[in-house]
Design a protein around this ligand. Sequence first.
Ligand code: ADP
Ligand code: MG
Length: 777
Amino acid sequence: VALCEAEEAPPARSVPRVVESRFNWKLFWQFLRPHVLVLGVAIMVRLPPLLHPGDGVNQGLQKPSRSCTEAVFPPPRIAEGTSQKQPGLAGDLGLEEWQEDLPRVASLQGTRVHRSRKPGLFPGRHWCVCMSRHSVDVSRQCGRAQGSGEGEQGLLPGGGGEEDGPSRFPPPLQLALGAALVNVQIPLLLGQLVEIVAKYTRDHMGSFMAESRNLSAHLLVLYGIQGLLTFGYLALLSHIGERMAVDMRRALFSSLLRYCWGQGVSRAGAAAAAAAVAGACPEVTTPSSPHLLSPPATARQDIAFFDAKKTGQLVSRLTTDVQEFKSSFKLVISQGLRSCTQLAGCLVSLSLLSPRLTLLLMVATPTMMGVGTLMGSGLRRLSRQCQEQVAKAMGVADEALGNVRTVRAFAMEQREEEECRCKAEELGRGIALFQGLSNVAFNCMVLGTLFIGGSLVAGQQLTGGDLMSFLVASQTVQRSMANLSVLFGQVVRGLSAGTRVFEYMTLSPCIPLSGGCRVPREHLHGSVTFQNVSFSYPCRPGFEVLRDFTLTLPPGKIVALVGQSGGGKTTVASLLERFYDPTAGVVTLDGRDLRTLDPSWLRGQVVGFISQEPVLFGTTIMENIRFGKLGASDEEVYAAAREANAHEFITRFPEGYNTIVGERGTTLSGGQKQRLAIARALIKQPTVLILDEATSALDAESERVVQEALDRASAGRTVLVIAHRLSTVRAAHRIIVMADGRVWEAGTHEELLKKGGLYAELIRRQALDAPKGPRNP
Ligand code: ADP
Ligand code: MG
C-alpha cells in the first residue's frame, strides 16, 4: 500500500468538452515566432557576407551553437559553390552508425560536420553536415537505433537542416514595405513626366528628350527595384509559409497522436499518421527507409474523441485546412501589407496634391469599407459552414473508399456532396456580389475624381500634371482597395481554417496519457474487480451499455465472459484498459482504483490485449512485435514469437524477422497475423491478458495453432477470455454470462449447465447450429 500512497487524484470524467471555436492568435504566434526570429537573425548575420561575398564561406559554422561539436574533414576537393543538398546523405544515421559512416560523409570532402542536439517539437538528434553555406541534415530520426527507454522519443523526422543556419534573406516585411513605398513614388514621377509632356504640347520649345531623360531613367530604375522587391518578398514569404505549415501539421498531428513505441493505436490514428507523414515529411516515404512507412504512434486524445471524429475529418484538418491557412497567411502578408502601405502612402501624396479631392476620397472610402465589412461578416459565416460541409463530405468519401466492398453506394456521399455544392455556390455568389459592388464603387470614384479634378484644372486650382498624378495615385488606391476586398474573403477563409487547425492543439485528453502511480512487478498480483460499474459511451450518453456490473478476476485464473453480441463484453475490456472511465462505480487493480494508476504503465506493462482483428503496421515483423515493448532486444522478440507459436513460420520466410508485412499486414494469413499480435502482447509479459474473440475470425486449422499459443500464454496470468463460441471457454475457471449490461449468471461450465439457465440455452442453440457451421463443436 505504501507503494501507492496519497495518489487519490480526483477521477477525471469523460465528459464532452466545449471546444474553443475562435481563432487562437496566441498559438498562431507561437508558430510564426521562430521563423520571424530566424529571419531577424538573418539580417544581422547574413547581410554582411551578402555585401562582401568573399568572406561568406562557412559563415554559418563560425558561430556554432553551444550544443554543437565540430569536426573538420580534409581540405576541399569539391569546388566551392557546387555544394548542394546531398540527397544521398539524407539517410538515417544513428549515433553508433556515425563512426562507420564517416567515410561516406567524408566523401563530401571539405565539409564541416556539425553534431547538434536540438530540442523541438519532436526531440531527437540532429547531425548536420554543413557545406559552405548549405547545410544538409543527415540525421533524421534515430530513436530505434538508440532504443531509448522513453516513450516520447521522436520518430518523426527532425526539423529541417536549413533551419540550423539562419536564412540569408532579410525579412519579407521590409521588402514588401519597400515595394509599396516605391509604388507610392511612381505616380508622383509620372505626374512630373506628364507636366513636361504638357509643356511641350503647349510650347514646342527646347529638347523634350533632354528634359525627360533623367525622369524616365529614374522611373525605369524604380520599376526595376519594385520588381526585384516583389520577387524577394514573395519568395521569402513562401519560405516562411511553408515552414510554418509543416510545423503546424506536425503539431496538430502530435496533438492527435504521439509517436512512440507504445501501445493502443486507434484506427483513425493510423490512417491519419500515414496521411500526415506523407504530407508533412515527404522524405519519409522514400524506399530507403521503409521501416518508417507506418510509424508507430499512440492516440494522444481520448479514445472517445476518435469515436466521434471521422478519419477523413482529421485528415482534412491536417491537409486542406493547414494548406488553406498557409495560403491565406502568405496572401495577407504579401498583398495586404503592400496594399495597406500603398493606400496610406498614396493618401498622403493625394492630400499634398489636392486636399479637396482627397477629402472626397476620404468620405467615400470609409462608407465603402463599412458596407464591405458588413457583407464580409455574412460571407465569413457562410465560408465556415462551407468548410464544415467539405470536411463532412470528405469524411463520408474516406469511409466509403476505405470500406468500398461493404459500402456499395449508399448515396450518402451524394447527399453530402449536394449540400456541399449548394453552400459553396452560395458562398461564390456572395463573393461575386461583393466584388461586383466594389467594382462599381471604384469606377464611380474615378469618374468623380476626373469630374471634380477637371473643374479644378479649369479653375486653375490644379495643374494638369497634378491631376494626372492624382489619377494614377487614386488608381493605386483603387487597386489596393480591390486587393484588400479580395483579401478579405481570403482572410475569412484563412481564419476559419486556422481556427479548425488550432482547435485540436489546445484540447487535452480527459484521461491523461501518463501520470499516477505504478506498482512494481514483484508486488503486482493482477486481481481485477469491477464494482457496480455503470457505463455509457461519451458519444452516446443516453445509452447504458453496462448497468451495475460487478465482476472479479482472481489473480492467475481464467475468467470467461460470454453473452450475446452487443452485450457489452468488449466494453468491459475497454474499461479495463482504461480507454474510458466508468460513469459510475470503480474498476480496481489489486484494490487500487484504475484512475489513480499511470495509464501508460497500465496499458504498456500490465494489460495485454488481443482482439479479433489484429492491427499490424506496414513494417517488419520484428518491429511489429517490438511495438509491444519499447526498446525490447532482439532476443526478447524471438522469445515472444516462440511463445506465440510464430517463430517457426517467421523463420521460414526468406527475410525472416525482417519481412515487411505490407499495409495492415496484408501479406500474412489471418492466423499468422493473430500470432504476431499475440507475440506483441506477450513481449511485455503482461500480468493481465484480455483475449477478445481472439480466434473467432480464423479457420479451424489456424484456430488450433492460435489456441495452442493462447493456452500457453494464459498460464500463470489473470486472463479475461471473451468468446462468442462457447466451446473455447469450457476450461475457464469461471464463466460469466452477460445480458442486459450486467452479470446474468456465473459458475463453471458444469454448474451452469446444471442450472439450466441462459448459458445452457446458449449451449443448446450452438449445438443445434453445429451441423451448419463446421467450426462449431
Ligand atoms: P460485445 O463485445 O459484447 O459484442 P460491445 O461491448 O462491443 O459488445 O458493445 C456494447 C454496446 O456498446 C453495443 O450496443 C454497441 O453498439 C455499443 N458500442 C460499442 N462501442 C461503442 C463506441 N465506441 N461508441 C458508442 N457505442 C459503442
Ligand atoms: Mg466485442
